[in-house]
Design a protein around this ligand. Structure first.
Ligand code: SAH
Ligand code: SF4
Length: 371
């Protein structure tokens, strides 16, 4: 996993296999979810045996699975070097979204976000990002891909980390997930959320074409500098310009602006007015996120009445602005509640071992040589 088609073909060619073999193996791995070469029955018997001896289709380990009262599921996955990350599945009546992580922790430290209170341990590799999708599919038993009435229909890149600080691996993973002969989740069913890494937004549009969500959270630079510190580097004017230029954004496919509702901080009528002025002429819609509390959080959620008033102001100005019902709060799986504490310790121990030359490269390559 984590290798694109060309890389897989090169890997198999290196093992003396013909190019068509790569197509078959790809289909088995990503369409059927097969991890055992001996069960890839369209491959000649001797090829199965050989590949089994050379390679391995890996999954992250499931350290913990929790199920919320509302049906959401959260997994703590562990990768080969001991790094851990959380992934959440949010089923709805006729569809469901998997919320994947792109980093272990986050470097950005937005003060309302629990992930930001955990330091950045490392980026995830494409294999590890794809691995979350594959392992979640294993757990929901939704193989093969063609199975009817699947529940895992959408992907949201809204878990731990800032995806545009790990762009190359995230982009590679999303292209693998979108591949029509594999898991085939279309770009229209994938949403990537960024805190506002303005210079990278153009590439997301041009190279991936997925839906874009921005964690806006404040209508002016002064407040946004405090709530979303990356704003000091890429202020609102720069961010708004990147949104104006976003390829593929139009009225039918609007950019989502996420706005967290913090009591007495960003939820007043003046903020709503400024917000409308800020986004004038942009093809956007809002998602109002009730603040999800976590132990030690320095904010409170706005009252229901305040949120409804805020939403109404945006609606009256012509914008859709649903107040999102929080999911999975009872298992700390809601937006901004993800964290993988245990990982940090283990990771720094690992790092020490690598520095001491006891272990080699920590990066995990799903389909790699057996040592
Ligand atoms: N780092 C990216 C991707 C994470 S998306 C980003 O910030 O966009 C997670 C979403 O949940 C973001 O919009 C984030 O701002 C929001 N969020 C963070 N903490 C939250 C909390 N405590 N309650 C509600 N939403 C939160
Ligand atoms: Fe990082 Fe996003 Fe959390 Fe900010 S909101 S700390 S960018 S994960």
């Amino acid at each position: 996993m984590g290798r694109n088609r060309e890389e897989l073909a090169a890997l198999l060619a290196g093992a003396g296999e013909k190019p068509f073999r790569a197509k078959q193996v790809w289909h088995w791995i990503y369409h059927h979810g097969e991890t055992d070469f001996s069960r890839m029955t369209t491959l000649a018997k001797d090829a199965r045996g050989k590949l089994d001896g050379l390679f391995r289709v890996a999954r992250p380990d499931v350290v913990r699975e929790q199920v919320s009262k509302d049906g959401s599921k959260k997994w703590l996955f562990r990768f080969e070097d001991g790094a851990e990350t959380e992934t959440v599945f949010l089923p709805e009546e006729d569809r469901g979204a998997l919320c994947v992580s792109t980093q272990v922790g986050c470097a950005l430290r937005c003060p309302f976000c629990r992930t930001g209170s955990q330091l950045l341990a490392r980026d995830l590799t494409a294999a590890e990002i794809v691995g979350q999708v594959m392992a979640a599919r294993d757990a929901t038993g939704e193989w093969p891909r063609a199975k009817k009435d699947r529940l895992m229909t959408n992907i949201v890149v809204m878990g731990m980390g800032e995806p545009l600080f790990n762009y190359d691996e995230t982009a590679k993973a999303l292209l693998i997930i979108m591949d029509g002969e594999g898991t085939a989740i279309s770009k229209r069913r994938i949403t990537l959320s960024t805190s506002g890494v303005a210079p990278m937004i153009g590439r997301v549009g041009a190279e991936l074409g997925v839906n874009l969500a921005i964690s806006l959270h404040a209508p002016n630079d002064e407040l946004r500098n405090k709530l979303v510190p990356i704003n000091k580097k890429y202020p609102l004017a720069q961010l708004i310009k990147a949104l104006r230029d976003y390829p593929g954004a139009h009225n039918a496919r609007r950019i989502t602006l996420e706005y967290i509702m913090l009591r007495g901080v960003n939820d007043g009528p003046g903020h709503a007015r400024q917000l409308v002025r800020l986004v004038k002429g942009l093809p956007v819609k809002f998602n109002l996120l009730p603040f999800n509390e976590w132990p030690g959080a320095p904010f409170k959620c706005s009252t229901g009445q305040t949120m409804r008033r805020f939403a109404k102001f945006l609606n009256d100005a012509g914008y859709s602005a649903p107040i999102r019902a929080p999911r999975g709060r009872d298992i700390m799986a809601a937006c901004g509640q993800l964290r993988s504490d245990s990982q940090r310790l283990r990771f720094s121990r690992q790092k020490a071992r690598i520095a001491a030359g006891i272990e080699d490269d920590p990066h995990f390559h799903g389909l790699g040589k057996n040592q």
